[in-house]
Design a protein around this ligand. Structure first.
Ligand code: NAP
Length: 258
């Protein structure tokens, strides 16, 4: 892994930064100099572990609590962010927003209930929409917004259909935002992981499932949070200032063809 200090002097917020892919993104951004707000919804201990890990490596981070998918979630998140940022002594504002928190819904169309449908959209689509809306006044010009979509949003994937729809909406939001925020030098992109080793998919504990999903990548393995974090860090950096409105495949070549 090569690291630079390309995020030095910048402030980043990663939703769902406590575990999984989000944790990997937090570690990477912090290693590259950012002050990182590690957001979590329920597992405070996991968020504190990630903050501690960053501090042990010499980086700077603080935890931000807000349950997403409930009324007022975006306001709760930004109030907590503003409070913790001020407590850290940093200047107000933000350079990098990573919309990463998400949940899955492993059901075919026949089995999805109205409550489950609303829930997956509330967490995966509605929350990032209003988090971004309320970020606009805080984001500094030249910053970036990266949303974590899914490779499954661009293929037929009946087993998780409502989940893929929720990510498809995020992809469309990215396009409009990229156009609107271009004049401020703010880039807006989505990064789409494939099968990645985290807790979101408990079936990965099953050796047969692991083998099948590993074989789906041309590299013959599951993705790791670090695989995704490296891409997000680049996309969020000034080195990627000429890339916006893009859907970036980070699946390890899962859908290249037969
Ligand atoms: P994960 O290991 O389950 O972690 C999810 C993170 O999101 C945790 O930090 C969790 O914090 C937070 N979160 C979940 N629901 C929340 C809620 N209601 N309110 C606030 N925070 C919430 O998941 P992951 O695999 O790293 O997934 C991260 C992103 O990548 C998701 O958007 C997912 O859709 C996407 N993705 C993952 C894969 C994969 O194979 N892993 C593939 C494609 C896309 P708390 O536990 O504290 O609530």
């Amino acid at each position: 892994m090569t690291t630079t200090l390309r995020h030095h002097g910048r402030t980043a917020l990663v939703t769902g930064g406590s575990r999984g892919i989000g944790r990997g993104i937090c570690l990477r951004l912090a290693r590259e100099g950012a002050l990182v707000a590690v957001h979590y919804g329920h597992d405070r201990a996991a968020a504190e572990r990630t903050v501690k890990e960053i501090e042990t490596e010499g980086g700077r981070a603080f935890a931000v609590h807000a349950e997403l998918g409930v009324p007022g979630d975006a306001d709760t998140l930004w109030a907590a962010f503003d409070r913790e940022l001020a407590a850290s002594g940093a200047v107000p504002g933000l350079d990098v927003l990573v919309n990463n928190a998400g949940i899955t819904l492993p059901r075919t169309v026949a089995d999805v209930t109205e409550e489950e449908y609303d829930r997956v959209f509330a967490v995966n689509t509605r929350a990032p929409f209003f988090i971004i809306q309320r970020a606009l006044g805080r984001l500094r010009d030249g910053g970036s917004i990266v949303s974590i979509s899914s490779g499954a949003a661009r293929i037929a994937y009946p087993a998780i259909v409502a989940y893929t729809m929720s990510k498809g909406a995020l992809d469309t939001l990215t396009l409009s935002l990229a156009k609107e925020l271009g004049p401020r030098g703010i880039t807006v992109n989505t990064v789409a992981p494939g099968f990645t080793e985290t807790e979101i998919n408990p079936t990965l504990q099953n050796p047969q499932v692991r083998q099948a999903l590993s074989a789906a990548s041309v590299f013959g393995r599951l993705g790791t949070p670090a695989d995704i974090a490296d891409i997000v860090s680049f996309v969020a950096s000034d080195e990627a200032r000429w890339v916006t409105g893009q859907w970036i495949d980070a699946t390890g070549g899962v859908h290249l063809g037969l």
